[in-house]
Design a protein around this ligand. Sequence first.
Ligand code: PAF
Length: 281
Amino acid sequence: MIIVSETPDLQKRLATVRKSGRKIGFVPTMGALHEGHLALIRACRKEKLFCVVSIFVNPTQFGPTEDYRKYPRNLKKDAKLAEKAGADLIFTPTAEQIYPTGYRTFVEVEKLSKRLCGKYRPGHFRGVTTVVLKFFNLIQPDNAYFGWKDAQQLIIIKKMAQDLNLPMEIIGVPTVREPDGLALSSRNVYLSPAERKSAPVLYQTLLQIKNDCEKRGKSLEKTLKAASSRLKKNPLIKLQYLEAVDLNTLEPPENTGNEILVAIAAFLGSTRLIDNIFLKV
Ligand code: PAF
């Protein structure tokens, strides 16, 4: 496996891969790799693509009071994990390379970026789509892999690819969970032991909503209300939102038969966790 930090070097190496007839798969990450990221790398390898993993903590997707500075960084450990999972190349540029002095251009997917997390993290998805599009341009992958854990991010990137006619496939990979149901996230390391113990309640709540609506035929609206008030009584959890939306538009679901995404965001102490589940009602 090769580690590359300069874009001309990256492009030279990828040109050689392409010449050899091999397709290129791309797994964008901010490092702090866990089994969720490794599942993306494995999905890419399973399709026999040359697997490029970017490791770049993207400053433009963090708000001024968020954890950009303290975001966990450990390239050596990440490189080992990525190589073991089958990555062929790690691209780890500096912020100055991606956003040189005088950088002015941003990409935004309207409406979708303002829903769910977008309401609470202004500018976040604008930063994500901008950096992802830059990486797409630099790497020109045939396939790009994103986790369903960040469902809104995946839906926004699929929309960007469709709207801008990007010649690649965007592939969603299922969320990887701890045995107790907590979705893997690089931010889980911030949780205190007591917060970690409480954290699975987010997924348990989503499972209960799915079960109540799909199997027991309960009203989605009432089920969501009841779940929110239960969570609000938990002293370790500060619920930010618990919402059901149309999986394609992220707007309130209508009776179209489309799949519904139930998404949750909550703070445990100062750590913000998100999770989601699909349901059909
Ligand atoms: O999901 C992430 O880790 C980031 O949002 C991404 C896609 C790597 C862009 O910085």
